[in-house]
Design a protein around this ligand. Structure first.
Ligand code: GLU
Length: 484
């Protein structure tokens, strides 16, 4: 059975690139009827951020990526769902210690007592001699007795892997065969002096104990993979398959970074982007199942996902595309769904809008909205009588008297009108124009301005439907009064 995992180190937010990694793991698992796990890699105490794990657990349900195993907040309580947990590395510290001891016994790892000052001066020397900066294996020369004595004296130490001579290879599903000469691999620290494992040790031990079959992660980690492959060999375990996803780039092809703008998934949700749009957006960063099609639902993405078709070269991230996608995904929603989604934005802005008005407004305005948050400005015209100058009511080929006459004509039609849908209003007013030999401009311009107060706005029939008959009549009366 296929088992994959997303293994973030909690930073306090989910980077859009992390969302892509999580999504590709999810798609691969769902496509192959496998399992998708979430594992929190929180062993770097220097980067510890209070509450960061919890915020990760909150974001997954919000974006609609459900994991089968991993830590979950159930009624505010942290639970570990699955049989191979806990899924938070700081709760697994003993496991890493026993495993690293096994490597010491097998002669694949050793104690290192070098202080950070000593390491810094080794490094300096290597840099001066233009040598690769690697640990110089000073502590590999210690005798068993020396090691025992130092341990007895509680001297601070780390445990390093002893990289053998030779080379090893792994097959990257996205990139093909990659071979590494061990001379380029440092004797990586596995267990730190604080007793915490490094990423490398914990990652390999957990991927093995959690029966992970495919490691799908960002290209940034590719240089770590040789160390991991070696660790699998040292433990005598089968390594999983690896797939490294392409780098995410800015339009100038520099690496996507926080400085260029928002990269936190949470921020995009706060700004009113739909989870569906964010998923669709990151899905195409490195994989486009159908080439020219750009809009996909999550289910379609599952259906079409093919890990072997992921493009290895860097993916340029174009946030304008996200705007477009969001607008498209909003249009796929019903007015009722959109109203639910927009309500929190209105609440936050302190605007109260009648539900049926909101739904009617959304039917019209969704055409012009980029994000859900746009409703806050868009709704204004519908809930408050707009301010405008009487002169705006006058069409370019008419005068004030004509504007007033046409509005008065429409007023009596509207008063009698039964069918107040856009289509009903349109049919009635158009018939009135035709029967009386009027021109569209003379009638529709003043009507549209009376309803919107703007020189540019949605058309008069859409506006009339959204505003409702009573409000339409009120605004026409205001306009007539302005012209009197
Ligand atoms: N903890 C690593 C990260 O933060 C995981 C990399 C991997 O998937 O192995 O991305």
């Amino acid at each position: 059975m296929i088992r994959v995992r997303f293994a973030p180190s909690p930073t306090g937010y989910l980077h859009i690139g992390g969302l892509r990694t999580a999504l590709y793991n999810y798609l691969f698992a769902r496509k192959n009827n496998g399992a998708f796990l979430l594992r929190i890699e929180d062993t770097d105490r220097e980067r510890f951020v209070e509450g960061a794990t919890e915020s990760l657990l909150h974001i997954f349900p919000r974006v609609g990526l459900n994991y089968d195993e991993g830590p979950k907040l159930i009624d505010g309580k942290l639970e570990q769902a699955g049989n191979v947990g806990p899924y938070i590395q700081s709760l697994r510290l003993n496991l890493y210690k026993t495993h690293v001891m096994e490597l010491i016994e097998k002669g694949h790892a050793y104690y290192c007592f070098c202080s950070s000052d000593e390491l810094a001066s080794q490094r300096k020397e290597q840099e001066m001699l233009k040598l690769p900066t690697k640990y110089n294996r000073h502590c590999l020369k210690l005798t068993k007795e020396e090691i025992a004595r130092k341990l007895e004296l509680n001297e601070p130490h780390v445990i390093r892997m002893q990289v053998p001579e030779g080379e090893s290879s792994f097959n990257d599903v996205v990139r093909g065969k990659i071979t590494i000469n061990h001379a380029e691999v440092d004797d990586q620290i596995l267990l730190k002096s604080d007793g915490f494992p490094t990423y490398h040790l914990a990652n390999v031990v957990d991927d093995h104990l959690m029966n992970i079959t495919h490691v799908i992660r960002a290209e940034e980690w590719i240089s770590s993979t040789p160390k991991h492959v070696l660790l699998y060999q040292m433990f005598g375990w089968n390594a999983p398959e690896f797939a490294h996803l392409p780098l995410l780039l800015n339009s100038d092809r520099s690496k996507l970074s926080k400085r260029q703008g928002d990269v936190a998934t949470e921020d995009y949700l706060e700004k009113g982007y739909l989870p569906e749009a964010l998923i669709n957006f990151v899905a195409l960063m490195g994989h486009n199942p159908k080439g020219d099609q750009e809009l996909y639902t999550l289910n379609e993405l599952v259906e079409l996902f093919d890990l072997t078709k992921v493009n290895p070269s860097g993916a340029v991230v174009n946030f304008e595309k996200l705007d477009w996608m969001n607008a498209q995904h909003m249009k796929r929603k019903t007015a009722n769904e959109l109203a639910d989604l927009c309500q929190p934005f209105l609440d936050r802005a302190g605007k109260s809008v009648d539900r049926s008005v909101l739904e009617r407004v959304l039917k019209v305005e969704v055409e012009r909205m980029t994000t859900l948050a746009d409703i806050v400005d868009r709704v204004e015209m519908y809930i408050a009588q707009p301010e405008y100058d009487a002169q705006l009511l006058v069409w370019k080929k008419a005068d004030e008297a004509d504007a007033k006459a046409q509005l008065t004509g429409v007023q009596s039609i509207m008063e009698a009108l039964q069918d107040t849908t856009k289509e009903g209003i349109e049919a009635t007013i158009k018939a009135h124009i035709e029967q009386n030999g009027l021109s569209n401009g003379n009638v529709l311009w003043p009507l549209r301005v009376a309803l919107s107060g703007q020189s540019q706005s949605p058309g008069p029939f859409e506006l009339a439907e959204a505003l409702g008959k009573e409000e339409v009549l009120r605004r026409i009366a205001v306009a007539i009064a302005k012209l009197s």
